[in-house]
Write a protein of this length. Structure first.
Length: 311
């Protein structure tokens, strides 16, 4: 009986080996195929991004064959008809508009993130989170239309001016980037270990003190990442800003002066230029500036994430 059982077990093991080896080989081939697909996709995306940077950079650098670097970056005179290409007002307005929009949106976004993460009941959070994410899907032209028909006339009536300028553009951008900052900040706060809040409350801190002095500092890397991503969207936004900023190529003296930022200057002037002209090359140089700023923000995110991992 034992010999028969041994023969049967050996026969079954011999039958199962080919099946197991075939399955292992097939899985190995599939893993190798998917690995090469992922590697090829990464290489393709990197090549496309590198090609864009090289093309825009090579075309933009040609600007300095006819315009000095000092004039382009520090002059405030943008008169293409007289071969004067001072892009400083556009760069200054871009940075100022982004800063003001972040100042408007961050307090509201952090307050909403704290409320949704630590205060709101579950049923309310399940309603508010999709409603907040819905703002991301609204086309920018809709924001611009609302700003042009509601915010600009209201500011003009309140100040006695036209109403166009950096302030209405910043208000629109603050609304547009608020969902991004709020969602990522909420995720960062909810990802914190519960022992931090429990320890703070056990030491006698109030709920507000715990949120302000414990949770927010602990979630700082995620919150900074959210703010930087919001800044990246604010810098690259075009259509909504184009509709409310006024589009005058001048240095703004106040937040309600009509001006132009890098994105709107490119959109407004690109159709009026010939490829390869000094004016066209100057617009490519401004596009290169936008790329450099965006890449710098991505590098900052990487640095913030790496430091948070080290901690």
């Amino acid at each position: 009986m034992n010999s028969v059982a041994d023969k049967l077990s050996s026969t079954n093991s011999e039958r199962s080996r080919p099946l197991t080896s075939k399955w292992t080989q097939g899985q190995h081939r599939q893993d190798n195929f998917m690995r090469w697909v992922f590697v090829g996709s990464a290489v393709l995306v990197s090549a496309i991004i590198f090609s864009i940077i090289v093309f825009v950079g090579m075309q933009g650098i040609k600007t300095f064959q006819d315009v000095s670097v000092i004039e382009f970056f520090f002059s405030t005179d943008w008169t293409p008809g007289q071969n004067k290409f001072g892009a400083f007002p556009f760069l200054y307005s871009t940075l100022l508009m982004t800063l003001v929009s972040v100042v408007f949106s961050v307090p509201l976004a952090l307050s909403g993130a704290l409320f949704m993460a630590k205060i709101a009941p579950k049923w309310m959070r399940e309603i508010m989170r999709p409603a907040t994410d819905l703002f991301v899907g609204i086309p920018s032209v809709v924001y611009g239309l609302i700003g042009m028909t509601v915010i600009v006339p209201a500011l003009g009536k309140f100040t006695g001016g036209v109403g166009y300028g950096i302030l209405p553009a910043s208000i629109i951008l603050a609304i547009m980037i608020l969902p991004t900052i709020l969602s990522i900040s909420e995720d960062a706060i909810r990802a914190l270990p519960g022992r931090l809040e429990e320890a703070s409350l056990a030491l006698g801190a109030t709920r507000w003190q715990t949120m302000w002095r414990v949770l927010l500092p602990a979630a700082r890397p995620g919150i900074l990442t959210a703010i930087i991503l919001g800044m990246g969207r604010a810098i690259g936004e075009t259509m909504a800003v184009f509709m409310v900023i006024g589009n005058s190529p001048q240095m703004p003296k106040s937040l309600l002066d009509s001006t132009t930022v890098l994105t709107t200057a490119i959109v407004k002037d690109m159709g009026n230029t010939n490829y390869g002209s000094v004016w066209n090359n100057a617009l490519y140089m401004m596009a290169l500036l936008l790329l450099v700023i965006s890449l710098s923000l991505i590098l900052i995110i990487r640095i913030v994430a790496k430091r948070s991992e080290l901690k």
